[in-house]
Design a protein around this ligand. Structure first.
Ligand code: FBP
Length: 552
């Protein structure tokens, strides 16, 4: 056994805070159906696909007599997609719920994500194992993966393995794609008359799995606090050395929630919001102009330094590049064999360049070679461009340099520009969960157990009122299909959970828009410091600013 840090040992002893109702015996917690919730769009198509799951009501757990109590259950759990702080506490909350319900209950962990269910790679999770992961970051208790369960053979194997383990329920901890898989599995199991309840848990540091019922996905709190600490430190370094502009790309495959939260926490000089870029149909040149105007204005005050936050997904939201990526996706799908046979990246770039429609070919040709190559790299199993591998921050720096040189010639810029680039993503995904994420995840795991016990298949665990103390949180669940729509993926229409992007009319963006001109000029950065696990609750238990602004 490796040597554990003092904090690691201290965190084992942390007892997560839970909603008041969970302090009752399982026999005293009952499920109450509330209103029926339907998807916003594509209702008829979704009704046809999800014959067994469509039109079910939301539920919440309250004190009252539970007729299902004391039943021993066998439950499977898998962790899917990118890690997010708190995943281990979901498993611990689920395990403790199961054992509180009946000591004879069992928890089977499928290894390496959905692939572990299909291939039956598993281990039984015992209290010794669970205890050595409580309140720690990472997904390594069983590992994670991005396999998409989509072929009839994969569905069959998943069912056979679930049956062989005599599972009463399967809990899938994941983001939008993984919970889409959960909804499809629930429907398939029902269609096959298999009494196996499938429950989802909302995970992703990206923060884009949310709605009125899912106020936040777990991991967002810790990840943004981790990045904000580092960004705050960089802001202070920039103001101390006074010689660099720092270009920081921040994770978040599509939505800009992470960048927005980090902007609130640090007041960096420029924060780009992909959703705004798309809504205003901004070109790459216009995005560069936004940065250059802050650089020039600060240079005029003698401040040749600053910090720019760039959401990872930005590149896909610039309309001309989005069209280009769509065209490359189509090409890669239709000419996969010919593309894969090419000998090197230069041949691949030339292949794409020659086959693109005229407008996209021109955009492709205008990009640096390295970015061209990165746009050609493999898609993930869900068909997404791997934006974490595209060096948007470097692309922007080189375009800013070119533009500033021209502005100098024109006399509209008189400063000196030097830079550093950073990418923050993986640093935050396995941090020790903040108290908020430790509490939230443990409660989500416990909620998933109750949904399993009551047989709410095709539901995702939901905990509301998160801006209030944990004792006032409202646990329950909603049908996954209510979060879905139909999207065109891989050349076909598919039911998927809709990503929750930054709403430009929403309170957080509106607040940001009211402050950003001031932040662009100011060097009075906000310094959040590191996550605190011990101390006064005002320091240890603060939620994200996003949640506070949304609920204010
Ligand atoms: P999930 O949606 O699975 O939670 O993953 C989020 C994320 O961290 C994105 O922010 C990022 O683009 C992606 O995963 C990186 O994926 P990978 O771990 O496969 O490199």
């Amino acid at each position: 056994m490796s040597e554990r840090s003092a904090l690691n040992n201290a965190r084992f002893a942390y007892v997560p805070k839970m909603p008041e109702v969970f302090s009752a015996a399982i026999s005293e917690i009952k499920a109450v159906p509330t209103e029926a919730i339907e998807p916003d769009v594509d209702k008829e198509s979704l009704k046809a696909i999800f014959k067994h799951s469509y039109g079910k009501p939301a539920v919440k757990f309250v004190q009252g007599t539970n007729v299902a109590a004391n039943k021993a259950l066998t439950v499977g759990v898998l962790l899917s997609g990118g890690p997010a702080p708190g995943g281990h506490n979901v498993v611990a909350g689920l395990f403790d719920g199961l054992k509180r319900g009946s000591p004879g209950s069992r928890l089977i962990g499928f290894k390496g994500g959905p692939g572990g269910l299909v291939d039956d790679s598993h281990l039984e999770l015992t209290s010794d194992i669970i205890d050595s992961y409580r309140n720690t970051g990472g997904f390594d208790i069983v590992g994670s993966g991005r396999t998409k369960i989509e072929t009839p053979e994969q569905f069959e194997k998943a069912l056979t393995n679930a049956r062989n383990h005599q599972l009463d329920a399967l809990v899938i901890v994941g983001g939008d794609d993984s919970n889409t898989n959960a909804a499809l599995l629930a429907e398939y199991f029902a269609e096959q008359n298999a009494p196996i309840t499938v429950v989802g848990v909302p995970k992703t540091i990206d923060g884009d799995l949310k709605n009125e019922w899912i106020e936040a996905s777990f991991g967002f709190d810790t990840a943004t606090k981790t990045y904000s600490e580092l960004i705050g430190n960089i802001c202070r370094d920039a103001a101390s050395g006074r010689k660099y502009w720092h270009f920081i790309k921040l994770m978040g495959r599509s939505a800009s929630h992470i960048a927005l939260e980090c902007a609130f926490q640090t007041r960096a000089n420029v924060t780009l919001i992909s959703e705004e870029v798309q809504a205003k149909s901004m070109s790459l040149a216009q995005v560069v102009e936004v940065i250059c105007s802050s650089v020039a204005a600060r240079a005029a005050k003698g401040e040749n330094f600053g910090v720019v936050l760039i959401p990872e997904g930005l590149i896909e939201f610039i309309p001309e590049i989005k069209v280009l990526i769509d065209n490359i996706n189509d090409l890669l799908a239709s000419e996969e064999a010919a593309f894969k046979a090419l000998k090197d990246v230069n041949a691949q770039r030339a292949f794409i360049q020659n086959k693109l429609p005229e407008e996209s070919a021109a955009v492709f040709a205008s990009l640096p070679e390295q970015i061209q190559a990165q746009l050609c790299w493999d898609r993930d199993p869900h068909g997404n461009v791997q934006v974490s591998r595209i060096e948007t921050e470097k692309l922007l720096v080189s375009m800013v340099q070119t533009r500033l040189a021209r502005m100098k010639e024109e006399g509209s810029y008189k400063g000196k520009f030097d830079y550093q680039t950073h990418f923050m993503g993986y640093e935050g995904r396995c941090a020790f969960p903040s108290n908020f994420d430790a509490d939230y995840c443990y409660s989500l795991g416990f909620t998933a157990y109750l949904l399993a016990l009551y047989g709410f298949s095709g539901y995702i665990a939901s905990i509301r009122n998160l801006a209030s103390p944990a004792s006032e949180w409202i646990p329950g669940g909603i049908p996954l299909v209510s979060m879905m729509n139909i999207e065109h993926r891989h050349g076909a229409d598919k039911p998927v959970i809709k990503k929750a992007l930054v709403e430009l009319q929403g309170k957080p963006f509106q607040y940001f828009a009211s402050q950003r001109d001031k932040w662009a000029l100011s060097s009075d950065y906000r310094l959040p410091g590191s996550i605190q696990y011990f101390g006064p609750p005002a320091v240890t238990d603060a939620t994200t600013m996003m949640l506070q602004i949304e609920r204010s």
